[in-house]
Design a protein around this ligand. Structure first.
Ligand SMILES: C[S@@+](CC[C@H](N)C(=O)[O-])C[C@H]1O[C@@H](n2cnc3c(N)ncnc32)[C@H](O)[C@@H]1O
Length: 191
């Protein structure tokens, strides 16, 4: 909780310098950003060794996940310089010892097997899956908050991907949902 409180305090300060989150959402920061991120952990098995958060931006959900599950190796993938600097500062100030920042485009990140993948407001589902399939194996868990468009986006991808996912209700927004999945279609990714 101390780490999350510090994150909230620092986010308020940094948002006056760079536009990390909307000013409106900052008024309800605990629900809109902290709890919204934390709820993803309900879908990530305890024994998961590593997690990639794609397009971490202000650090959601990645920083919250790293603060709440010490021991999980969390990689925050972010391409924008000022956001990379912010994320690196937070990793250091919150003492997130098993969290690292990959400060580059996801397309340039070296292929590797990842236990779980999260991404909030990163890319449309089809693009997200095609960019990140190479990090997944049959054991990879996906937890993708997708707002109101979740079910519709899932219907828009090929059946081989649809089969891996189901829709979970968000606990922070009655109109939002999370796409939760496991695995990777045969012939794709590292598996
Ligand atoms: C809309 S923001 C969402 C940030 C955060 N996940 C959140 O929900 O608050 C999307 C972020 O993804 C980053 N991004 C977009 N495309 C990327 C790519 N190909 N590789 C790495 N980061 C990317 C952007 O720089 C931006 O910070």
């Amino acid at each position: 909780m101390q780490k999350l409180e510090l994150l909230v305090e620092k986010l308020g300060e940094e948002n006056a310098i760079q536009n990390l989150v909307s000013a409106n959402s900052l008024k309800q920061v605990w629900v809109r950003h902290i709890a919204d991120s934390a709820q993803l952990l309900d879908h990530v098995p305890r024994e998961t060794p590593s997690l990639f958060d794609l397009g971490s931006g202000a650090g959601f959900p990645g920083l919250v996940i790293a603060a709440m599950r010490p021991g999980l190796r969390v990689t925050l993938v972010e391409s924008r310089k000022r956001r990379i600097d912010w994320l690196e500062r937070m990793v250091s100030e919150l003492h997130l010892d098993t969290c690292v920042v990959e400060g580059r485009r996801l397309e340039a990140v070296e292929g590797q097997r990842v236990g779980a993948i999260t991404a909030r407001a990163f890319a449309p589902l089809e693009k997200l899956l095609s960019l990140s399939a190479r990090f997944s194996t049959k054991d990879t868990t996906w937890a993708l908050p997708k707002g109101r468009s979740a079910a519709q986006e899932l219907r828009g991808v090929s059946r081989k991907w649809q089969r891996l996912f189901h829709v979970e209700q968000s606990i922070t927004d009655p109109e939002a949902a999370i796409l939760v999945g496991r695995g990777v279609p045969k012939g794709k990714g590292a598996a």
